[in-house]
Design a binder for this molecule. Structure first.
Ligand code: DAK
Length: 261
């Protein structure tokens, strides 16, 4: 089991899964998504018994700063945005439906696909320096990894609509107040201890009861229509001139000039 962008460590009956692209603020490129898929489909079995997983980002600046913008500039040319969104959905469903609890340990930016990844986890523990947001509209696209569905679930339609339409990030205190994160701790060490404590508590319960609780909770939110609509709309927006402009503006470190085309 060797990965380019994932680190897997066993610690105290738990698995630490770290997205390891700190120079790109752990942005999710296709290779990283593929490795997450491999891990949650099969590779986890090589670790025997474990209570749960702590999913985090390398370095001290970001959990994940989104999908890799530089890489998905190519999407516009290929025209397969909808297909990619559906694949992303499937990978994030693997996490959401995983039979052991997965805690996102968020220190720094959790933006776009990073916020969506944290939301696909069962619980979220953040440090004071965590920032959450869905800034896709800055690029001329919409969230494509379940953000339009899960943000509603955690914080309600009104605030989710505000965050998605403005693209404005929120800090950890606000994310906690809104119910997006379960706990906010002063720093990474205390946040890590809290995440471990949660998983040790859950690990002492009946594993079948935990698995079935996860299944039943998720059943309430399964919404084929919502995710399908998101994937199609994401695909449509990736074909626009606005998206090419938004992504180019990010790479060129300038403000985007959208024309609604
Ligand atoms: N992708 C690629 N590189 C990124 C990145 C990203 N998302 N975020 C940061 N980086 C890179 C920067 O380009 C920079 O690289 P160099 O210039 O040094 O080579 C390095 O990380 C450090 O970033 P900054 O220099 O920008 O650091 P600052 O402290 O000034 O700013 C920041 C930090 C997080 C505010 C800023 O980097 C930023 O705004 N990042 C982008 C946030 C964002 O818009 N994220 C993407 C949201 S859209 C899809 C489904 C879903 C999605 C996409 C596709 N499919 C189905 C295909 C989701 C899309 C999104 O996530």
């Amino acid at each position: 089991m060797s990965y380019e962008n994932l680190l897997v460590e066993d610690a105290n009956g738990l698995l630490y899964l770290t997205i390891n692209r700190p120079k790109a603020l752990n942005a999710l490129n296709a290779a990283t998504l593929g490795e997450l898929e491999r891990f949650f489909t099969d590779d986890y079995r090589q670790h025997g018994q474990f209570h749960g997983i702590i999913l985090t980002g390398a370095g001290d600046r970001a959990f994940v700063a989104g999908a890799d913008i530089k890489e998905f500039l190519g999407i516009a040319e290929q025209g397969d945005g909808e297909k990619m969104a559906r694949r992303g959905h499937d990978i994030f469903f693997l996490i959401e439906n995983f039979h052991r609890p997965v805690v996102a340990l968020v220190d720094g930016y959790a933006l776009g696909g990073g916020c969506e990844l944290a939301m696909a986890c069962h619980l979220r523990v953040a440090t004071q320096q965590a920032r959450f947001g869905q800034p896709e509209v800055n690029l001329g696209i919409i969230p494509g990894y379940g953000g339009t569905q899960r943000l509603n679930q955690y914080i309600g339609k009104g605030k989710a609509t505000e965050l998605i339409l403005t693209g404005n990030p929120i800090d950890a205190t606000e994310a906690h107040r809104l119910g997006l994160v379960n706990y906010v701790l002063p720093d990474r060490e205390t946040a890590r201890s809290k995440a471990e404590e949660l998983l040790q508590t859950i690990g002492a319960k009946g594993p079948l009861a935990i698995r079935e609780s996860i299944r039943a909770i998720n059943a309430y939110y399964a919404n084929e229509h919502g995710y399908g609509t998101e994937a199609r709309a994401f695909g449509d927006t990736t074909k626009t001139a606005d998206f090419r402009e938004g992504a180019a503006a990010f790479v060129e470190k300038r403000k985007a000039n959208f024309r609604g085309e």
